[in-house]
Design a protein around this ligand. Structure first.
Ligand code: FSO
Ligand code: SF4
Length: 555
């Protein structure tokens, strides 16, 4: 195996990357290699789906398969090697179905049919050994001897950005929101990758194009969330438990949460959110369920302790899952793209077994003293008080905005984002999204003339909301986003964050501070390019970075 797709990759060797029997996330070599082969197979489906679209017969079922298959290969999603063997067979069947439709369509239109080459022609080996042999040829570093590490790193940037696009699109699709523009963009990127591109400018151009596609995807997911659940409104969320039977839901999929709320209504079982599920409390359709009792624990990297201590079953709806510990292995369930060998997997929103487990487990014996945090500052809430915000800026009460978004990763001892948020001066506003908010969201930030100093914009995909807020402020002040008193301090962890970063770059947003470490797949040359073109800078020391951000805007 060789994998360097996430922030926690092994950096102990001169060539950073997880290359032993197991990655730092717990992914074993067989699973990693099968995931590489699945990405290769998906490129072939993309080639045929693009052709089908050009022939006027796009295939949404195949497009949906592409999203799901790519999502399973994201960091901390699916660790189940046997699931990938099945997905590889399904990939070949899907590709063959689209291929046959293309051939028939070309014949009926009387146009010449030129079969795509490369991944489109892949045939799955009959045995596991054969599949693993095939995987060796198509890993992320394939071709490095011919084209060099810079080109391979840029190809990785495209692939990882595409994985992020696929994950967010899958979430939107699960809520009934799809877009031909997005599917065409995904097919184009896969077809491009299938040609083994070796031109750095073309690769960077495709990366930025994916950033634009991802903006559309995040807009779609925003429309899906607000369309299905209403607009986020500022909401106090209980972060201390109440007595009674309980289920904990983690991941990002609000559709799964809604189904679980429906299936537990009137049963006396309380539902708690974990990690990136926290913003659910701000959506009217979800919070009207009074048994959505509160938020429990911290970010994904705290799950070993949080899940072990939780006195009920746990449902994982998307990343980030890490190896279930013996204390809760019998009471954790996966659904959707998530998987762990030996952990019960549920489909079709049928969560009866989770409810049964909740009834059998003790639940919370006592109600703890009430503690709350406030969430729900999506774009509707913030732009609803835009006049107040603009007046506060004009009056000098708000001197600067910081967007501290993303995920800080799991390494212990990190305190940059905590320090940054808590040391930000009192005349600054901190917007946050993604799961690194848990580093500081229990801190008391106070307010500026009634505007809370900490605005929780939502999940990582709600970067869309933050972009809309920034654009509205820029328009009110008649300047560009880069001219606003706004600094972006982004933590990237996995491939969705890579897609969001590409979106920000595609929008021309400069001078982003990126941490907690820089992506290992970007070579020094490529990083140099990004620094030159976009002013990306690695995070340093929190107080120095705050001072530098404030002085840049004051200059
Ligand atoms: Fe975090 Fe995981 Fe939401 Fe990621 S829970 S790390 S960047 O999946 O997507 O913020
Ligand atoms: Fe390593 Fe991250 Fe890949 Fe896991 S996903 S094998 S930690 S680089």
């Amino acid at each position: 195996m060789f994998c360097y797709q996430c922030e926690q990759t092994d950096r102990t060797q001169s060539q950073p990357g997880c290359a032993s029997a197991k990655g730092n996330c717990g992914k074993d070599a067989t699973t990693a290699d099968l995931q590489d082969l699945l990405v290769y197979a998906v490129k072939g489906i993309g080639q045929y789906c693009g052709l089908a679209r050009r022939l006027g017969t796009p295939d949404r079922e195949a497009d949906r398969f592409i999203l799901y298959a790519l999502f399973t290969t994201l960091t901390n999603v699916n660790f189940n090697a046997s699931r990938f063997v099945v997905l590889l067979r399904e990939a070949a069947e899907t590709r063959d179905r689209v291929k046959a439709a293309c051939e028939a369509q070309a014949t009926s239109q009387g146009v010449a049919f030129e079969a795509p080459t490369g991944p489109a022609q892949w045939q799955p080996a009959d045995s596991m050994a054969g599949l693993l042999e095939q995987a060796k040829q198509v890993g992320i570093q394939a071709g490095v001897a011919d084209v060099g590490a810079d080109i391979v790193g840029l190809r990785a940037l495209v692939i990882y950005g595409l994985k992020g696009v696929a994950a967010y699109s899958h979430h939107a699709c699960m809520l009934g929101y799809e877009s031909d523009e997005v599917y065409a963009g995904v097919e184009a990127a896969l077809t491009f990758l299938a040609s083994d591109p070796a031109d750095a400018d073309a690769l960077l151009g495709q990366s930025l194009e994916l950033g634009r596609v991802n903006l559309k995807v995040m807009e779609l997911l925003d429309a899906a969330n607000t369309g299905r659940f209403g607009e986020q409104t500022p909401t106090k969320v209980r972060v201390s438990p109440v007595a009674g039977k309980a289920i904990l839901v983690s991941g990002h999929d609000f559709g799964d949460l809604l189904a679980l709320l429906e299936q537990t209504e009137g049963t006396g079982v309380q539902i708690y959110t974990h990690g990136e599920m926290l913003p659910a409390h701000a959506y009217p359709t979800l919070k009207r369920y009074t048994h959505l009792a509160g938020n429990y624990g911290g970010a994904w990297q705290d799950q070993h302790g949080d899940f072990a201590n939780f006195p009920g079953p746990i449902l994982m709806t998307s990343n980030c899952i890490i190896e279930p510990q013996p204390q809760y292995r019998q009471r954790i369930f996966t659904t959707g793209p998530v998987g762990w060998p030996g952990v019960r997997h549920l489909e079709h929103h049928d969560f009866g077994v989770v409810v049964q487990a909740a009834r059998a487990l003790p639940g919370f014996a006592e109600t703890a003293p009430e503690e709350t945090i406030t969430v729900g500052f999506g774009r509707h809430a913030v732009l609803g008080v835009a006049d107040k915000v603009i007046d506060a800026v004009k009056a000098g009460q708000i001197n600067h905005f910081f967007l501290i978004g993303g995920c800080d990763g799991a390494a212990p001892g990190r305190n940059y984002y905590t320090d940054f948020a808590t040391q930000a001066p009192n005349d600054t506003v901190v917007m946050t999204l993604g799961c690194n908010k848990y580093r500081f969201n229990r801190h008391e930030f106070g307010d500026i003339g009634g505007i809370p100093r900490l605005l929780d914009v939502g999940q990582c995909n709600d970067a869309y909301s933050a972009i809309r807020i920034a654009m509205a402020l820029a328009s009110a002040f008649d300047c560009g986003v880069n001219d606003l008193p706004l600094s972006l301090v982004i933590s990237w962890f996995e491939q969705k964050a890579a897609a969001v970063l590409l979106t920000l770059l595609a929008l021309g947003i400069r001078n982003i501070r990126l941490g907690p470490t820089l992506p290992a797949f970007l070579t020094p040359n490529v990083l140099g390019l990004l620094v030159e073109q976009f002013g990306i800078q690695p995070i340093g020391n929190a107080s120095d970075d705050i001072a530098a951000s404030l002085s840049r805007k004051a200059a």
